[in-house]
Design a protein around this ligand. Structure first.
Ligand SMILES: Nc1nc2c(ncn2[C@@H]2O[C@H](COP(=O)(O)OP(=O)(O)OP(=O)(O)O)[C@@H](O)[C@H]2O)c(=O)[nH]1
Length: 368
């Protein structure tokens, strides 16, 4: 099924990234419409409405947040289904949801996101403004709304139960005294590939975003030192706060880590890398990551053309880190520098200071 895409002008620099997100669910994109200033009633301006109205697609992907009233008006005007950016991300999550917890979290986020829209639909129905398309009747919507609220309460209770089981499991791990390492980073940075390399596990790793949805942990032993490694869900630029909240249990693991491995795709442009560093820091602040040593795994160096290019990327990232961070350039796919990475992990766990480590790594990197 082909779709039309509406992208606010502010995202023009990330057009490729936004389109690749969409393509993971809807491979066939028909029209791409850029919007400078949304129309207060329809979100789209009237001449842009004509473009999507006359296209052959049945759905419009609106890569922004729109008011419920704007969505309903646009649906009425175009007679097409509207999927906004949050719903799209939830659809991508749903494609990869493995655990029961992840599935419930997605459903909860979806319900929470749709409730205001249903409420607005009821308001319109009460005003008698929804004839024909969307005009399923006020009582139908009210019943649906009540059902959704009940389902929401049930999911919350279930999630609470699952969360406490998981925190008991974490507590157990802590009591066993094993250090906990979380692998975090943007979607498609190579987290799962690195996790697989470090644990020799076989987990799905693919070019499409969000291959990892529920936290997966595995024990690894480096020179007799046992530690627990966890692969986490991928971050996304402008991650909607509704999703942060819904995925709190997943991200919770990060706060409890002794060390964080932040995987960055070094083959991206400098601008994209800086944006990701800044955004990741914001996410860390939001979920309460403080004082945890962070290893920046500058991944995919096999895609860079020369040692100089690798050094350039290291220098770039260095400008955005603090004293608690150390950079290790790696290739998760061919294993380059993985031994360095393991050594750094080991040294941090043994109490080696990041400052000392940093100069050691630098000299090793230069000698390669
Ligand atoms: N060239 C190259 N490709 C890599 C490397 N590491 C990962 N990839 C590729 O990058 C893509 C994404 O890798 P994943 O490991 O699934 O990425 P992820 O960060 O776990 O992604 P999400 O689960 O979506 O958050 C896959 O096609 C990998 O094969 C690397 O070191 N070099």
């Amino acid at each position: 099924m082909s779709v039309d895409v509406v992208i606010p002008y502010k995202y023009r620099k990330f057009l490729d990234e936004e389109l690749s997100l969409i393509k993971t669910v809807y491979p066939e994109i028909n029209e791409v419409v850029m919007i400078r200033k949304p129309n207060s009633k329809y979100y789209l301006t009237l001449n842009k409405i004509d473009i999507v109205k006359n296209s052959s697609s049945q759905k419009i992907i609106l890569m922004d947040r729109a008011k419920p009233s704007q969505i309903i008006n646009l649906m009425r005007e175009t007679r097409k289904e509207i999927i906004d950016r949050i719903l799209l991300i939830l659809e991508i999550f749903a494609q990869h949801a493995g655990s029961k917890e992840a599935k419930l979290q997605i459903e909860l986020a979806k319900l929470k996101h749709q409730l205001p829209l249903i409420k607005e639909t009821i308001r319109y129905a009460k005003l008698g403004e929804l004839h024909g398309f969307l005009g399923a009747g006020r009582y139908g919507y009210e019943k649906y709304y009540r059902m959704m609220r009940e389902r929401e309460a049930r999911i919350r209770r279930e999630l609470e139960k699952l969360r406490s089981i998981r925190s008991r499991r974490r507590e157990h791990r802590r009591q066993m005294g094993y250090p906990h390492i979380s692998i975090v980073g943007y979607t498609c940075a190579g987290k799962t590939t690195l996790f697989n390399r470090l644990t020799h596990n076989l987990k799905p790793a693919g070019p499409e975003p969000f291959t990892t949805l529920s936290p997966k942990s595995s024990a690894i032993i480096i020179d007799g030192l046992k530690m627990i490694l966890t692969d986490t869900v991928g971050f996304i630029r402008d991650l909607p706060h509704e999703i942060i909240e819904a995925f709190y249990a997943t991200l919770e693991e990060i706060i409890d880590s002794n060390i964080i491995i932040h995987v960055i795709d070094a083959s991206k442009s400098s601008e994209a890398i800086i944006k990701e560093m800044v955004e990741t820091r914001r996410i860390f602040e939001r979920i309460g990551v403080h004082g945890i040593p962070i290893i920046i795994a500058l991944n995919k160096i096999d895609l860079l053309n020369s040692e100089e290019e690798i050094m350039d990327k290291i220098r770039l990232v260095e400008k955005y880190i603090d004293g608690n961070n150390v950079i290790v350039p790696i290739s998760a796919i061919n294993g380059k520098n993985i031994r360095y990475l393991l050594n750094v992990l080991k040294e941090i766990i043994r109490g080696y200071s990041i400052e000392n480590l940093r100069s050691k790594i630098w000299s090793q990197t230069r000698q390669r």
